[in-house]
Write a protein that binds this ligand. Structure first.
Ligand SMILES: Nc1ncnc2c1ncn2[C@@H]1O[C@H](COP(=O)(O)OP(=O)(O)OP(=O)(O)O)[C@@H](O)[C@H]1O
Ligand SMILES: [Mg+2]
Length: 325
């Protein structure tokens, strides 16, 4: 079976920043693939590349960008518009990115269906109400007549999810969909996505900072650093036997119940994500890496550790007896 989404060797340059530098990842139908990494490492730019929504002036190159078996890398804006909101949809950290303050929830939701499918208004309204109910919004009829500013943050987030689902997409890209929400609403939204995925078989590419969320919902995890996917593995493998020094650093920042004493600072990786210029070579993490060697300034090999576990590093996997699973 071919992957639902396959990104191979994605490169994005924005002015003097190499935002993404040869990232590859793939996602199957019904799978949740989490993309993690510190701020500025290229997660959103990767997502926007798939949707054809890169900022003006960004230059994108790929060896392959396939959606449902079809190469879409050469698609123009008209063709991408046809896919977006229909077969692939994206939800953003800030709902007002996709909600228009000037229109009611109902008119925005039905517009998506009418545009892509030519669905008659009454039918589109029914569908919108059904989806609002499905994302846990009570009195959907009332909400359809309201404007985004009349809704709380949690409700807007749900409306955005419902709107993204209007055309039954096959792929949903969620960029930090819960960061702005309080923990209870966060949990509700994640449960909701998991339920929808089970019912609809949709593939989800979920971008998050929160490794607790990753552990709960991801089938596979890709760790990005400075525009590269430095490690990718099935979730259980990544948590049990992380190999890349950056992944290990990230995981050591997660509090382990019972192991962290109160008032003790959590582990963190010293230093910041560098801004990488075009033409940069070698490992982007080497200045922060305790295990760096002169080889890290050269070409970094992609290592296949078996069972879908890969890393981009000169170090020997299993160097400390902690072999890949
Ligand atoms: N519109 C833009 N113009 C110029 N540079 C940009 C733009 N958007 C992103 N970048 C740069 O591209 C790189 C990757 O940014 P990106 O937004 O993908 O990071 P991210 O991993 O999503 O971070 P965060 O976790 O903070 O959302 C960064 O160096 C960023 O400064
Ligand atoms: Mg981002």
């Amino acid at each position: 079976m071919s992957a639902l989404l396959e990104i191979r060797d994605l490169r994005v340059t924005i002015g003097s920043t190499a935002a993404v530098r040869g990232a590859s990842l793939s996602l199957d139908k019904g799978e949740t693939h989490c993309l993690v990494g510190e701020s500025g490492c290229g997660k959103s730019i990767t997502a926007l590349s798939v949707m054809g929504l890169l900022p003006r002036g960004a230059v994108r190159e790929t060896t392959a960008l396939r959606f449902a078996g079809e190469e879409i890398g050469h698609y123009g804006e008209r063709q991408m518009e046809r896919l977006r909101g229909d077969r692939m949809a994206m939800i953003f950290q800030e709902p007002m990115t996709s909600l228009n303050p000037a229109y009611t929830v109902g008119s925005q939701m039905t517009e998506v269906l009418r545009r892509h499918r030519g669905t008659p208004r009454a039918q589109a309204v029914d569908r919108a109400a059904e989806l609002l109910a499905r994302v846990g919004i009570t009195a959907p009829g009332l909400r359809l007549g309201q404007f985004p500013h009349q809704l709380s943050g949690g409700l807007r987030q749900r409306v955005m999810i419902a709107m993204a689902l209007m055309c039954d997409p096959e792929l949903l890209i969620a960029d930090e969909p819960t960061t702005a929400l309080d923990v209870t609403v966060q949990a509700q939204i994640l449960r909701l996505l998991a339920g929808l995925q089970k019912d609809l078989g949709l593939g989800i590419l979920l971008i998050t900072h929160d490794l607790g969320i990753v552990a709960r919902v991801a089938d596979r995890v890709s760790v990005m650093y400075a525009g590269e996917v430095v490690e990718s593995a099935p979730t259980a493998t990544l948590f049990a036997a992380p190999q890349h020094p950056y992944t290990r650093g990230l995981l050591s920042c997660v509090p382990v119940p019972g192991k962290v004493k109160r008032d003790e600072p959590l582990g963190s990786i010293p230093g910041v994500v560098p801004r990488i210029r075009p033409g940069f070579t070698g490992c982007g993490f080497r200045d922060r890496c305790a295990e760096a060697t002169p080889a890290c300034a050269g070409t970094i090999p992609r290592r296949d550790l078996g069972s879908g576990h890969e890393m981009l590093c000169v170090l020997d996997p299993g160097r400390d007896g902690k072999a890949a699973a």
